[in-house]
Structures are given as C-alpha cells and as structure tokens.
Design a protein around this ligand. Structure first.
Ligand code: BES
Ligand code: ZN
Ligand code: ZN
Length: 489
C-alpha cells in the first residue's frame, strides 16, 4: 500500500472521499459519527476490539477499538486498512473525536497505518499490486483544544519518519542471511550515511578488529565465509545537547557455532541482526527528525558458523579491555561481539549508552515474546525508558541485577565465563556478563535492551506482521524526543 496523509480542519462530513473510517470506541454506538447503529447490530457487529464491518453502500468502514490510546489507534487503523487493501477506495477520511488528544490521535493513526501495512515481498516473484490510498484526518473537534495547524502538520511528519525508519529496520532484518551479510550491511549503512545530513560512517574490517584488540568479536567471526564488519555511524548536529551511543548486535546469522543449535531453533536466526538494524534505523530517525543530540550507532556485524577454524568451548578469549573470557558455549556469541563493541563505545564517553540485542531465549521465557527485557544500574534512566512505552506502544519490563546471579558467571580459568553455571536467570546473567565490558565511569549511563522476544514475529500480533518488527526503534526515538519537551504526544 502506498500511503499519503493530510490533516483537515473541516468536519469529516464536509470532506470529499471514497470511504469514511468510523471508530466505535469502547463499544459506544452513540457517538455522532456512528450513523448506522441498527444496521451494524443487525449484522452482528458489536464493536469488539479489532472487529471491522464495511458498509459499502453508505461508504463507511466501522472498526471496533478499546480506547483512544495511541497504541489502540495504531492497531485499529492497521486492521481497517488491511481489510480494504484490495479495494479501489482511494481517498479515505477519518473524523475527529473530542475525547482524543488530537495530535496523539493523529500520530497513532499515521504510525499504525505505515507500520501495519508494511509488506516484505523482496523474494516473491509475483509482487502484489500496491494500491495508493490517501488518508485525510479531520482534526475539527480539536479546535476545542486550540490546535495549531502547523504544529499538527509537524507532528504528522514526525510520525511518518518514526514509522518509516521502523519499517527500514524490518527490511534489513527480513533479508536472507546470504544476502544481508556483514559486508552488505556495511554497504547499506554507507549509502544511508551519504543520504543524511550531519552523518558520517566508518567501517572497519578484520584488520581493524585486530588493531583494536577485539579478540572476542574476532573469534566469533572466524569460521564464516563472510568476513566481519565493525560499523560506526555518527550524527553530529551543531550545538548538540547530550551524547547517545547505541550498540547493536549484528549477527547476520547465528547457527550456534560448534555448540550447534538444533534445526528447529536455527530457523529465524537471520533475525539475530535485529539489534544492529534497530540502532542503524534509530540513527536514521534521529537525523531525519533533526534531534539536537550527538548520536552514535555502533554495530558488530558477523556470522556465527562452524568450521575447522571455529572458536570452541574451552577456548579463552581476550576482549578489547584486556578481560579474559572462558568459552563454555559458542552459542552465547552475541555477548562476545557486544563485549568488544561496548569497550569501544565506553571510550566515546557517552551520556547514555544503550545496547540492543536478540541476546537470550531466556529473556523470552522471562517476559514473553512481546516484551523487551530492560536492564541497567540507573533506576532513573530505566524509569524514563519505561515511561516512553506509553507513547511508543512498545512493551518493556525491567529485570533486576543481583549479586547472587553475578556469582554464576565466575570462571575457574579466566576472568569471566560466557555462560552461567545455572539454567535459570539467563537473561540477567547475560546482562551481567556485558557489565564487565562497560567502563566504570560509564556504568551508570548504560542500559541493556534484550529484544530477543519482540524483534521477530512468528505469529502476527497487533499491527506487527510476520517477520521483523523493528523492536526498540520507536522506543528509543520517543524516549529521546521526550527529553526535549515536557508535553509529549
Ligand atoms: N541469538 C540467540 C538468542 C535468541 C534466542 C534470540 C531465541 C532470539 C530468539 C543467542 O545467541 C543464543 O543462542 N543464546 C543462548 C544462550 C545460552 C547458550 C546461554 C540461548 O538463549 O539459548
Ligand atoms: Zn547464539
Ligand atoms: Zn545470537
């Protein structure tokens, strides 16, 4: 679907369109835009969340939705548009509701429309025809909450950027592992950087990793036919406020290495590059939104494969900061790549350091497949990130570090072990492993986001279709934007 949006100040009744979308919120049929209550009821439409009913003759599409909450709106518009994707309705209008904050309402609609109608068809030999649709959102009732049209239009543009860069992250992840290799990912990032203002890109190869003494990252990469890439993207506008450094796990494939994954668990491991896709797309979003922050995106891109030269259980690796790591399982590889990237990131002296990774299956067990596991030492920062969920619609849950779990990654032969000695608490012990590679003066600035659950969607939920979801992108962008204004939409 090719979408276009506009905001209208007039009442929805006075807008010319092929179709009107009417929300039935909280099963309330008495709202003025609900003009077909009797007919709807006779058709069995109850206004349940996600329920749709097209009255083609009266050119109205009714959609049930639980509330005016931004995320409920994302889901409702996504359901609505997907139900008419094959139709010829081109101009679609949507009325305003006094109960909804106009800007938040409109942002929810725009984001939900773009995110919910995303389709990945790169590998389909027959592409489905993509229909053009224009969404006209009336903000008439918003006059009661004095609306500044240029402010609303600006918010519309922001919502478009946020959703589009999220979709770009999905497209990186959805590509097959033999296509999106570390070198290809680096090439993508270089092209991206050349298109953005104030953005620079550095790409390092194996030689660079050696110079940097990134022994852990190198070991993971070694058995692959596809050489690793270290990617460092920088967005530096004039008069930047704080410095954000994002680090992404970029395993373009995770076979598990010699501690090979069982066949069923290997499928979907192209998604092990999700953290990298997210940090790249966050930087793209920040640059397009022109946020006044200095932002870095650092990616450790490589493949975890098997071969005669593969790293092995019992190996001892030396990370960039000199710490030694006993390997007991080569499938716990993401933390090794991140270890070296976090040492490098610490040297940039960030005000905020966030790593994003599909790090552990244990995190999915702990918080479920829809939620990101949030870890770190700074309660205030974690709290701020949790608050951003209200706007981004992404689900986050904090997992607390504790000294007993820290004991479990001690090694008899090296400074630290790459897996814990217990079967339990694996998401947190992985986070505690990373903590070893965050410099002391940065500990309080660091957060770890384990996106293993939501990054890749196997059974579609909400407005997320099968495949990558771009987990972390909206959360980071809303969290950062929220730092700029008290009033957030
Ligand atoms: N990439 C996986 C984690 C993962 C699992 C992501 C499922 C998405 C869905 C990671 O590299 C891994 O294999 N972790 C191991 C760690 C274990 C060996 C300590 C895991 O979770 O089983
Ligand atoms: Zn693994
Ligand atoms: Zn992995």
């Amino acid at each position: 679907m090719i979408l276009d949006f506009d905001i209208k100040e007039e009442s929805v009744e006075n807008i010319d369109a092929d179709l009107e979308i009417v929300f039935v919120v909280e099963k309330n049929f008495s709202h003025k835009w609900v003009r077909d209550e009797k007919l709807l009821k006779s058709l069995g439409f109850e206004g349940e969340d996600g329920e749709v009913c097209l009255l083609a003759e009266s050119k109205r599409l009714y959609v049930g939705v639980e509330s005016f909450d931004k995320d409920d709106m994302r889901g409702a518009i996504s359901t609505a548009l997907n139900s008419i994707k094959k139709t010829e309705f081109k101009i679609v209008k949507i009325g305003s509701y006094v109960d909804a904050c106009p800007v938040s309402y409109m942002k929810g609609l725009v984001e939900g429309a773009i995110l919910g109608t995303y389709e990945f068809d790169m590998y389909k030999s027959k592409k489905k025809e993509k229909k053009n649709k224009t969404l006209l959102v009336s903000l008439e009732d918003a006059r009661e909450v004095p609306l500044n049209l240029s402010h609303a239009k600006k918010s519309l543009e922001e919502a478009k950027i946020i959703a589009e860069v999220t979709n770009n992250a999905k497209t990186i992840v959805n590509q097959a592992p033999d296509e999106m290799t570390p070198a290809k990912l680096a090439e993508y990032v270089q092209n991206l950087a050349s298109e953005l203002d104030d953005v620079e890109c550095f790409v390092g190869d194996e030689k660079f990793l050696q110079e940097q003494k990134m022994g852990a990252f190198l070991a993971v990469s070694r058995a692959s036919e596809h050489p690793p890439r270290f990617i460092h993207l920088t967005y530096k506008p004039k008069e930047a406020k704080e410095k954000f450094v994002f680090v992404g796990k970029g395993l373009t494939y995770d076979s598990g290495g010699l501690s090979l994954k069982p066949a069923d668990f290997m499928v979907t491991m192209k998604s092990d590059k999700s953290g990298s896709a997210s940090v790249i797309s966050i930087l793209e979003g920040v640059a397009k939104l022109k946020l006044p922050f200095e932002v870095h995106a650092i990616v450790g891109a490589c493949e975890n494969m098997i071969g005669g030269n593969a790293y092995k259980p019992d190996d001892v690796l030396v990370a960039k900061n000199g710490k030694t790591i006993e390997i007991r399982n080569t499938d716990a590889e993401g933390r090794l790549v991140l270890a070296d990237c976090l040492c490098y990131a610490s040297e940039l002296k960030p005000d905020y350091l966030v790593d994003m990774a599909t790090l552990t299956g244990a995190c999915v067990v702990a918080v479920g497949e829809y939620t990101v596991g949030l870890m770190g030492h700074n309660s205030k920062t974690k709290h701020d990130v949790l608050k951003a969920s209200k706007h981004s619609g992404e689900l986050f849950a904090t997992l607390q570090f504790n000294k007993y779990l820290k004991e479990l990654i001690k090694s008899e032969v090296a400074d630290v072990c790459n897996i814990a000695s217990s079967r339990y608490g694996g998401a947190i012990t992985a986070g505690l492993f990373l903590d070893n590679f965050v410099a002391d003066d940065v500990k309080d600035k660091w957060m770890h986001w384990d996106i293993a659950g939501p990054a890749f969607v196997e059974k579609k939920w909400g407005y997320n279709q099968h495949g990558a979801s771009g987990a972390g992108v909206r959360q980071a962008l809303y969290w950062m934007s929220g730092k700029l204004s008290r009033k957030k939409h």
